[in-house]
Design a binder for this molecule. Structure first.
Ligand code: NAP
Length: 287
């Protein structure tokens, strides 16, 4: 059986790794990149325009900087009969917008969010969540890139997961950077601190599962980590960080969520209740 032809639009760090994975597996690959030089050394056909590249293959994978770039690359191109897989990061509504555009132009659309770095594409360490067209998600070629998880027909759903997961990731990374800065002003090396930090964060993981149950159930009665206790702990931490010359607005923001719930008389309830402070904000913005 001959391998299906695949086009990759965008040869940045991710796009290049995607194209290399398809080439390694023996697929005829056509590539296009705004700066043609990035295709050098790749065993693929280099197209002169996005239209030429899309015409070459039934499966078209897009990996450019952002939604605006994806629009610029795709709009005006004849995509009839094509299966479009867009791995460009964006918002849920941006994914839905491109899915609508694809449907109006006779193409199937699958949106994906990549959990890998370019070096791990095509290895067990690569995982991609998708939503949109189920038949496209079932294409064997996508399994070459990483573990496939399909989240349903709403093209925006993978991005909805992605923005939530990335917020968790940046919260963690921001906390790690602040922890390292606090350690450094006390003459402690980040490498000395990190094993203890990782050990504590690992022990803390089950609490997230408990918090998730409380959040989904809307009931915050349980637990040994009350809002009032955390309000006091955060105040001490903010004071300590400020006194050492490394204040961090991220901590102030977390404390503000807690403060709102304590002010509402919820101080004895679980820390997870602070999620309701976001709901108040979003209701206010919606209204
Ligand atoms: N790298 C990762 O680890 C990773 C992981 C998960 C998700 N992602 C997502 O994957 C996407 C690509 O990431 P990347 O790491 O490959 O980024 P990158 O290395 O910065 O490459 C960006 C690509 O977008 C192209 N581009 C930018 N603006 C354009 C425009 N207006 N028209 C056409 N092409 C345009 C660039 O073309 P030129 O070469 O001509 O500048 C280049 O091919 C991003 O949305 C990123 O968030 C990346």
């Amino acid at each position: 059986m001959t391998s299906e032809a695949i086009t990759v639009l965008g040869l940045g760090n991710l796009g290049r790794a995607l194209a290399e994975a398809f080439v390694r597996a023996g697929h005829p690959v056509t590539v296009w990149n705004r700066s043609a030089a990035k295709a050098s050394g790749l065993a693929a056909t280099v197209a002169g325009t996005p239209a030429e590249a899309v015409a070459a293959s039934g499966l078209v994978v897009v990996a450019v900087l952002d939604h605006q770039a994806a629009q610029q690359v795709l709009h005006g191109v004849d995509v009839r009969g094509r299966a479009l897989v867009n791995l460009t990061s964006g918002t849920p509504d941006e994914a839905r917008e491109l899915a609508g555009w694809a449907a109006a132009n006779g193409a199937e659309y699958l949106h994906g969010a990549v959990y890998a770095v370019p070096q791990t594409i095509g290895t067990d360490a690569s995982s991609i969540i998708y939503s949109g067209s189920a038949p496209v998600a079932e294409r064997k070629s996508l399994e070459l890139l990483g573990k496939v998880t399909f989240l349903g027909s709403d093209a925006g759903r993978a991005s909805a997961y992605d923005v939530a997961i990335l917020s968790g990731m940046y919260g963690l990374l921001g906390g790690f950077l602040h922890a390292s800065a606090l350690a450094r002003v006390n003459g402690i090396k980040a490498a000395e601190l990190t094993p203890m930090l990782v050990s504590w964060l690992t022990d803390l993981q089950p609490a997230l599962t408990t918090f998730a149950e409380e959040i989904d159930g809307g009931s915050y009665s349980g637990g040994e980590s009350s809002l009032a206790m955390n309000q006091s702990g955060l105040a001490t931490l903010i004071r300590a960080a400020g006194a050492q010359g490394v204040p961090f607005a991220g901590l102030d923001a977390v404390k503000a969520l807690v403060d709102r719930q304590v002010a509402d008389g919820r101080g004895e309830e679980s820390l997870a209740r602070a999620v309701e402070s976001f709901s108040v904000a979003s209701q206010r913005f919606a209204g």
